[in-house]
Design a protein around this ligand. Sequence first.
Ligand SMILES: Cc1ncc(COP(=O)(O)O)c(C=O)c1O
Length: 370
Amino acid sequence: MDILAQAKTLSQQGKIVYHMEVGEPDFATAQCIVDAGIDALKNLKTHYTPATGLLELRKAIAEYYDRRFSVKVDPRRVVITPGASGAIQLAISCLLDAGDNILLADPGYPCNKNTAQVLAVQSKNIPVNKESCYQLDAAIVKKYWDENTRAVMVATPSNPTGTLLPKKQLKELHQQVEQNKGVLIVDEIYQGLVYDGEDYTALEISDRCVVINSFSKYFGMTGWRVGWMVVPEDCVDAIDRIAQNIFLAPSTVSQYAALTALKESTRPVLDERRDEFKKRRDFLLPALKQLGFKVNANPQGAFYIYANCESFTDDSFIWVKQLLHKQGVALTPGIDFGSHLANKHCRFAYAQPLEILEQVVDKIDTFIKR
Ligand SMILES: Cc1ncc(COP(=O)(O)O)c(C=O)c1O
């Protein structure tokens, strides 16, 4: 956030800033989705929906799982939320009490531990490395589980590393969590943006885990604030009551637009964007290695590369600030994602066109040489 604020200030001063720190697609929402939102407003769809969302959208999401992954989901288990952020808040509120703890990967998505903290839940942020694909696994969970642990949360593909949790690893992880009588929460927000490896859903493995997803990333709807979660049958009522109190309901117009996002006829434009992200990764990854970054976390999805910059600095936060001020390139320092080897890492978000990425590589080259 500090870097983002500085980058914004520099932009306002008229300086050119290359925004490689922003975690959202650069593409605007697809026109057919925007049109569906406009139609919803024209048809005065301006009232509250149920707290768990429009039944029509819950059914469309269940059909989506069937179509894409051959998984049958009861639409009653699908809850529409204000983005994945709303789902994370609901999941932690529902599954954990004050004083309980949740196991998270370090590096990982920073809002998980912050949301836990707001809810008086402790997070145990566990260092992860190449050996477990920068993800948690069954052995790690077994080692770190204690009498106050109630849940484990993972994201596949991960932010900041873009690594996938291999299906076998997730299966074993789930078994371990079940054995410990806890709940596994799987954040699949980057589903659809997978370039190597299997794009699957944890629902293929179990209907006992909580799956979080969103229209923000693959569907390109960050600003619409709409996402969803699939929860075990016995959590639906509790989630419904918490949602009624915290959010009342997700945005009505966004839910109507989301119905169009899920249509098969929208898929080609979304897949075209996914292919564009892959092209960018295929350019940026070797280019960064050529510059002298080490990338141990193999980025298979999302739009991030978590690069080791220890050849240039032993404090990535300072280095990132200098890079911004000297060359106008904004990155996210490792410290944002945890403390494990954070000062040796920075995150590149390749949510920028190829020609910008080429300029970024040149700018960093100049910066390093100087
Ligand atoms: C791993 C992960 N989960 C959840 C979110 C929240 O997304 P949203 O609330 O826009 O759906 C993000 C956003 O960057 C993320 O990276």
